[in-house]
Ligand binder design. Structure first.
Ligand SMILES: NC(=O)c1ccc[n+]([C@@H]2O[C@H](COP(=O)([O-])OP(=O)(O)OC[C@H]3O[C@@H](n4cnc5c(N)ncnc54)[C@H](OP(=O)(O)O)[C@@H]3O)[C@@H](O)[C@H]2O)c1
Length: 292
């Protein structure tokens, strides 16, 4: 019998080798697993498989896969390309675990109240409605699947440092509005933690959020403090919204706090970055130490 979790006998596929996908692939490889990732562009290296749903480029999957991570968002029609094009092939694999990256947008606007995994899913935004449908299809797929509901993902290269340095950051205040977030390495940590649990202990749906929902003005203030640079002038959301794109506005539409009690209390996961403070500091350090 093979040991549980990702280990040297694991054969791991990451559908969507983007920001989180690559970080998960690196961590799985560090545990000795053989790992493949997909990309829409042609990339060098036998670990890269070409998958571009829009162009109908569908990869032949490696045999004997033990773990699969799905990171594709719904397509512009709200459908799940990975499900439609590869779902059937996955059913023929000897899979121990499949992870699907979803969003906390499925809870909709709770007007600042806490949402846990038992909370109703009432997404107001169209993209969150599509997401919920995609998540439900995967959960009904009979694969050994867990859905991970994520708030804003940050980490090295995805913090407001460059915007601040280039004078493009916006300091916007909307009374009572908070945002939740999670460092990419905690997503990876949670995925690996769940792979190592006995199948019966893995919840079908899991929130992956840190301990500190807070206003974006607070996180921007801390980023400026770390960099030792000036903050832009604060603007009221009511005035600023006229200049925002529809996409930017949509990020302010929902106001909710996402509970991580199931993750941190029931499953005993210890966050590496309980708040943006530890997470921004580590991200800044990693960005500084990156080869230029
Ligand atoms: N970013 C956030 O703050 C956030 C918050 C909550 C949830 N999420 C969700 O969490 C997941 C991971 O987020 P992320 O930021 O790591 O995403 P990401 O870097 O954008 O990666 C998404 C991956 O999906 C692939 N993909 C997209 N459309 C595709 C298509 N038509 N055919 C084939 N592959 C396609 C991309 O391929 P390429 O590598 O070729 O581009 C990429 O590898 C996504 O589903 C995202 O929507 C993100």
């Amino acid at each position: 019998m093979t040991a549980r979790g990702v280990n040297p006998s694991s054969r791991v596929l990451v559908l969507g080798g983007g920001y989180t996908g690559q970080r998960f692939a690196d961590a799985a490889r560090a545990r000795g697993a053989q790992v493949w990732l997909t990309s829409r562009s042609i990339k060098e290296g036998s670990q890269w498989l070409h998958f571009n749903a829009g162009e109908g480029a569908v990869p032949q999957l490696p045999e004997g896969l033990s773990h699969v991570l799905i990171t594709l968002p719904p397509n512009k029609n709200g459908e799940d390309d990975a499900y439609n094009l590869l779902g059937e092939s996955l059913r023929h694999q000897p899979l121990q675990w499949v992870g699907y990256l979803s969003t906390t947008g499925v809870y909709g606007d709770t007007q600042g109240r806490w949402a846990d995994e038992q909370s109703p899913t009432e997404p107001g935004l169209r993209r969150s409605q599509s997401r919920l449908q995609c998540e439900q299809r995967w959960l009904a797929s009979a694969l050994p699947l867990q859905s991970f509901r994520l708030p804003a993902i940050y980490g090295p290269g995805r913090c407001p440092f460059q915007q601040l340095q280039q004078g493009q950051a916006r300091l916007i205040h909307k009374p009572k509005q908070v945002f939740c977030r999670i460092h990419v390495d905690d997503i990876v940590g949670v995925l690996l933690h769940c792979c190592g649990l006995p199948p019966e202990a893995r919840p079908a749906v899991l929130n992956v959020s840190d301990d500190l929902p807070c206003p974006s003005s607070e996180t921007l203030g801390y980023a400026a403090h770390l960099l030792g640079c000036k903050l832009p002038a604060v603007r009221n959301f009511r005035d600023a919204q006229a200049e925002m794109s529809a996409m930017a506005l949509s990020f302010w539409a929902d106001n909710r706090r996402v509970s991580n009690a199931r993750l941190c209390q029931d499953l005993g996961y210890q966050l590496r970055y309980p708040s943006y403070r530890e997470g921004f500091a580590a991200s800044w350090e990693e960005e500084q130490n990156r080869p230029k």
